[in-house]
Design a protein around this ligand. Structure first.
Ligand code: ARG
Ligand code: ASP
Length: 675
């Protein structure tokens, strides 16, 4: 294996062995979106600070601000439960392609195909052997050319154990996000609780710490450039095999539209946050969320251009056609790119419209988001009747109510105006009527925020709790809702059907293209990420971001102090950390007089890999993955080994913070540390 040539001593059975304990038994998907690792026999979990952020926030009050000051449980008793949080173990993986595609013919009607596949999947979920506390998940690979079944266990009693203050865990915040050099202690600590049989259970005070037979040993021997490392985790989504047209469209049309929109929203927030500390507190998390992908898309578009990814894809496509001819494959493969071009041209406007709609009505504004949820609730009543309405009411209500926390109507109103103006200006003409186009957004905003029920938590709650008929009647009479409803209807009646009918065709073609790539490749291509358990390995390595500039792969505490801006919300440093730095009190974690903080490597990672264990050639934990470098963020579409790098926190920095900064020796004693 290539891994061994790079210095790894791990065998494939060390990494995954369904019959015996192996490293997969110590890697978890953390709350559906991140990764975490088990680091003690008592179910202790390490993940990122940004992955635990909302849990940490949910326990914070004015008196106990754990986001600002950090949190350290001094006993099991002090560990804090988090309703709704869960972690997932993968115990077994098996291919089930034949079973999923049983009865499916190539030339079948697409809808029929889909329904047969769904039936087969449902059947497998019910019938594949599993223990009582396990579940089966079926996932598609290679754009639907292969299917695998995962036997998983979901643990649901997950408690918060520790988190550093934001000035460590989120040091550099949005300014440093997606960037190198980086100096962030992006970690937090949780623990799994289980029932008396060590099986998953809902939260109960009677639950006990999960007993883990497999957990990561931690190495504080240190790392250096050139070392092999491996990332084990749950990468969310990559699209390495898109045709050139798709990448071109994303980078030149879709990204710029989304970037422009979010930039405007962020500017509005920034104006308020700059001048008002309460608003700053309320909007920090929203700002970070919106800024995260805003910044990513900018880096992605630049990276695609700089690496000439579109041209390289075109060259690959030429080569593909050549191989198809040489291998005498089905002639329909030869026209695949004409078909792609045609379909991507057609989907351009619906795709753009869909993005404007989702960004406006779902992702960036609370008032608009409420209008969308109210619409969905109304629809639910119309199509499914009053029982379904009543069954789902609570769920909707709690989602709607949550949009009123950390909410400032004045800020929201400014964002509303910004978004709606852009919407009326940029929405492709087919999806906008003349009358709406000429509306006075300023006037409307003033009116809606003063009198619409969408801006009144109490009244809205009361209304949703009424009988469905009354609910519909009153909501229809609300000016704000009535106005917005037209746009939402246009989305569901026009934009979405246009978009999805083309998307289906593109997906079908993509599946075919992928099957062709498999047939014409000398070895099986790597499957795109799809939120399933994966490994990715590389070398600790710097990079050259631009001419004559070289970035070294390891950063140090010295650099934290270099960036220190007293009182700043991104670059403040706790006094205690400064003291430790000045005393050079780093032993036993570092004996060189320098405390390493972050390091870079050449592993291919993506969103979802946050919190993933970075392990050395012996399989010991050396760091936690949390980000990628700016110049390489196009790696979701096109991975370039010259400049795509993942960023990890050095495990020694984490132990140093737990031990010397937080004085939490109870946790240090729980870990299995190799010196
Ligand atoms: N860029 C990283 C990721 O995509 C970290 C995001 C959290 N930090 C932030 N400042 N928004 O998840
Ligand atoms: N920060 C990302 C995450 O949370 C990781 C990445 O996109 O590289 O999953």
């Amino acid at each position: 294996m290539e891994m061994q040539e790079m210095g790894s001593k791990l065998t494939s059975k060390d990494i995954y062995d369904p019959e015996n304990l192996s490293l997969n038994d110590a890697v978890i998907q953390f709350n559906g979106g991140c990764t975490g690792e088990i680091v003690s026999s008592h179910g202790l979990i390490f993940t990122n600070h940004h992955c635990g952020y909302s849990a940490i926030q949910s326990h914070s009050t004015f008196e106990h601000n754990y986001i600002k000051d950090g949190f350290w449980a001094k006993s099991y008793k002090e560990e804090l439960p988090n309703p709704g949080m869960y972690v997932t173990f993968v115990r077994k993986i098996q291919e089930v392609t034949d079973k999923v595609l049983k009865g499916v013919q190539d030339n079948m009607d697409e809808n029929l195909k889909k329904s047969i596949i769904q039936k087969n999947i449902n059947y497998l979920i019910k019938t594949l052997p599993k223990k009582k506390w396990q579940e089966i998940q079926i996932k598609s690979f290679y754009d639907g050319n292969k299917f695998y079944a995962f036997t998983v266990e979901n643990y649901k009693d997950i408690r918060l154990v520790g988190a550093p203050p934001s000035s460590i865990g989120k040091f550099g915040a949005d300014t440093d996000n997606w960037m190198w050099p980086r100096h962030s202690g992006d970690f937090s600590i949780f623990r799994i609780y289980a029932d008396k049989n060590n099986h998953p259970a809902e939260y109960s005070p009677d639950n006990v710490p999960y007993h883990a037979d497999k957990y990561f040993r931690i190495s504080i021997k240190g790392i250096k450039a050139g070392d092999f490392f491996l990332i084990y985790g749950f990468p969310g989504r990559t699209q390495e095999y898109l045709p050139s047209f798709a990448v071109e469209q994303k980078v030149n049309i879709i990204n710029p539209a989304r970037i422009e929109l979010r930039e405007k929203v962020l500017n509005v927030m920034d104006q308020f946050m700059k001048n008002n500390d309460t608003i700053k507190l309320e909007y920090t998390a929203k700002y970070a969320r919106i800024a995260n992908y805003w910044k990513k898309w900018i880096g992605e578009s630049q990276g695609i251009n700089k690496t000439k990814a579109v041209e390289r894809k075109k060259a690959f496509e030429k080569e593909f056609i050549k191989k198809v001819q040489e291998q005498n494959l089905d002639p329909s493969y030869r026209i695949i790119f004409n078909e792609f071009q045609n379909l991507y041209n057609q989907i351009k406007n619906p795709e753009l419209a869909r993005n404007y709609f989702v960004e406006t009505f779902y992702l960036n504004n609370d008032f608009l988001k409420r209008s969308l949820m109210i619409y969905q609730l109304e629809k639910l009543y119309e199509t499914e009747g009053k029982d379904e309405f009543k069954k789902n009411r609570e769920k909707f209500l709690s989602r709607i109510q949550s949009t009123f926390s950390n909410y400032n109507p004045q800020v929201d109103q400014e964002i509303f105006k910004t978004l709606l103006k852009l919407y009326l200006e940029k929405m492709p003409a087919k999806y906008l009527d003349e009358e709406s186009k000429n509306k006075n957004v300023e006037e409307l905003a003033k009116q809606f925020y003063a009198s619409s029920i969408l801006n009144n938590k109490k009244a809205l709650t009361k209304l949703i709790n009424k009988n469905p008929k009354k609910f519909i009647k009153s909501i229809e009479n609300d000016n704000g809702y009535a106005f917005l409803k037209k746009f939402i209807q246009t989305y569901y009646n026009k934009i979405s059907p246009d978009y999805y009918s083309l998307r289906d065709k593109i997906n079908k073609l993509q599946k075919k293209y992928m099957s062709g790539i498999i047939k014409t490749s000398s070895r099986m291509p790597l499957p795109d990420a799809n939120s399933t358990l994966r490994i990715s390995y590389g070398i600790i390595k710097g990079y050259e971001p631009r001419d004559a500039v070289y970035y070294f792969p390891i950063s140090h505490l010295r650099g934290v102090l270099e960036k220190y801006i007293p009182g700043d919300y991104e670059f403040d440093v706790p006094a205690k950390l400064i003291q430790l730095y000045e005393k050079k009190d780093f032993k036993p974690y570092s004996t060189s007089g320098e405390m390493p903080v972050n390091f870079l490597g050449s592993a291919h990672t993506t969103g979802g890999n946050s919190g993933s264990p970075a392990i050395n050639k012996e399989g010991d934990l050396i760091g936690i993955n949390f980000d990628r470098v700016w110049e390489g963020t196009m790696s979701d579409l096109y991975y370039d080994k010259k400049i795509s790098r993942n960023i990890m926190v050095d495990i020694r920095y984490i132990l140093f913070i737990i031990d010397k900064f937080a004085n939490n020796q109870r946790l240090i004693n729980e870990l299995d540390i190799v010196h």
